[in-house]
Design a binder for this molecule. Sequence first.
Ligand code: BGC
Ligand code: NOJ
Length: 814
Amino acid sequence: MRFGYFDDKNREYVITRPDTPLPWINYLGCEEYFGLISNTGGGYSFYRDARLRRLTRYRYNNIPMDEGGRYVYLRDDESGQFWSPTWQPTRLELDEYTCRHGMGYTTIHSTFHGIEAEIRYFVPMGENLEVWQLKLTNHRAAPAHLSAFSLIEFCLWDAQDDATNFQRNFNTGEVEVEDSVIYHKTEYRERRDHFAYFACSEPIAGFDTQREAFMGPYRGLDRPLVVEQGQAANSLAHGWAPIGSHQVRLELAPGETHQVIFLLGYHANPASDKFDPPGSQTINKRTVRPVIQRYLQADQVESAFQTLRDYWSQLLGRIQVETPDVHTNRMVNIWNAYQCMITFNMSRSASFYESGIGRGMGFRDSNQDLLGFVHMVPERARQRILDITATQLDNGGAYHQYQPMTKRGNNDVGSNFNDDPAWLVLGVCAYIKETGDLGILDERVPYDNQPGTETSLYEHLRRSLRYTVDRIGQHGLPLIGRADWNDCLNLNCFSDTPGQSFQTTTHKEGKVAESVFIGGLFVLAAEEFIALAGHLGQNEDCQFYDQAACQMRSTVLGAGWDGNWFRRAYDNFGQPVGSKECGEGQIFLEPQGMCVMAGLGIEDGKAVRALDSVAERLATPHGIVLLQPAYTHYYLELGEISSYPPGYKENAGIFCHANPWVMIAETIVGRGDRAYDYYLRINPSRREEISEVHRCEPYVYAQMIAGRDAATHGEAKNSWLSGTAAWNFVAITQWILGIRPDYAGLRIAPVLPSHWQSLKVQRLFRGVRYEITIQRSGPGNKVSLTVDGQPISGNLVPLPQDGRKVITVHATVG
Ligand code: BGC
Ligand code: NOJ
């Protein structure tokens, strides 16, 4: 069952009923001002940091679900009837409803008793504000006398404190109202130089800024007193809960359309010029007024919207494909790429499942996210790499997380997640392959942000690998530390106390438990590093890491091999995890994907055997589960993984982040049909038709789909912010379609499903547009290329030497 449809031409998903199984959200903002918005207008806004600079309030896990947002109430001033044109929060049945989620904007359109309403929400590029463009049309035969009441609830900036420290917060709220603009200035009197504003393009019939005055005591958002009575109370907030609400009265003749613009924004003043007049407590508004005036004009808003559309066309235009499959096309061309940009902006901070007050930027997460957005925003990727690297420790290890506002490593979470450093190598190499910017390796970057500790980025990469080499266990495999990619495989934790963090509690010294997965990852990262070092003529490094990788390869193929698949780890007692010898958790997905990606077992058939075991034991119609059999009880020696009921999350859920590793591995062993089959099983667009089962948004990946042991097999959770976005993008574009950036050019090595006869790809690479057509000539994967009509040998299309900006590539595969 579907709840809407894709409009690919407009790059929109159109939701046709408001009561989606879960709020289906979108994001506003591409630079520093951001918001989440659901299909019924729910969500919140923040400036840069969802915890520390939260503009509006949102109550997570609320009942009814997803209440609190960017609301407008419409009231028929003759009958007194009022409704929400976004359905929430009144939830009155609308005569017509559609929500269009697009690239950085959302438009909700509805009709109620002859009044058509359309609200478009977006953030203009270069500005710290959001526009709500409300258009009302009277389709009645008679004139309509309407009131529109806007509503937002201000957050007192620090979202964590806002939700907990009421003894203080109920006393601090302050606002100013001038003309049609409401200014939220809590804490502006003391250490904040920033404030929020909520403006309206029309003369107002009244306003409210005190929540209780607007709502009336003991009322819900579905029937605020002021809206019911049809008259704003002109309340001024002193403490308690500041809100922003305008009342606009409109008389619309039959057929008439009228537009009202609301602006919600963030503004900072110079510390020395906060007040006007100086010495007063009144906000200096001279700096913000021009911005407000500009965006209250309809033509400015239209042109800002066009600029936003162009921005996304330009970003998405860098890779465009035309394959025989609509789900592949729309995910690659639109939604998967868009989701990669959202993970760039949000990391794991703010979604319907991430409260914005929890996690900072993960070291491993950010490096993996890079793989999905580097081709769209290479300059910003460069800065991201330097920021991440500056949080590395001088022993090569890494803070597991860093804070986006301060860019400093997070001491509460600390380090010793032993896979972390290796991902930096993969991230940096992907960046250089995309851009050719070898110069980044010479950038001087500190350790732990300490001035005076700077070395080249290249040296950081060396230390990243060295970190693994320096931490080897009794089988010769890398020690796991607190966890590896699987944050829940906590082999040194041994936690028996409720509430302890599985990620930061360590009861064992960590000298025994080893990870086969890190072994595979190390080989992969070392290979990447060797290629790079070779390129730079760093022969000693090449030799050293070649030897280390060789050693690790044979260890993984020895102690890491279980007979039919790769083992997962060895626990603190030296016992295998992910082995036929185990009662539960006999086989895990991650090492099969990672080891084959690292080229292990290709020659001796182990790779194919491991992947066949995945197909037999782990693959379900909804995707590949992380392990089998699921853990049925809590194992002290395994940690959080066994804390989840069977089938959920890391305990045998379908972890969509790790599925593409198996897709890639399948292409490496040449099995395009199987790779593509796995790709489609979790492709959100493909799953759209079972939205009542999948329940999350059909246009973006979710972190997890419940596995076969779960009561709700096939149900997705934790949509949007996941390494799933980057890795699926890499799997389909670079391995199945096979268009891979490399140091000296673009590699064309598709491993396609056998029923595909032909496809086209447009790829912007280092300023050159590659127009690629791929045609099947036989059942195999052998590639023959012609470049601008000339046959070339091999599968690497070199960069043009003669300044050509467009290159035509024809590939036959068979
Ligand atoms: C989740 C993991 C996550 C970890 C760290 C765990 O509860 O299951 O997916 O990586 O927390 O945030
Ligand atoms: C989500 C975390 O953000 C990521 O770092 C981790 O690799 C996966 N969960 C798997 O545990």
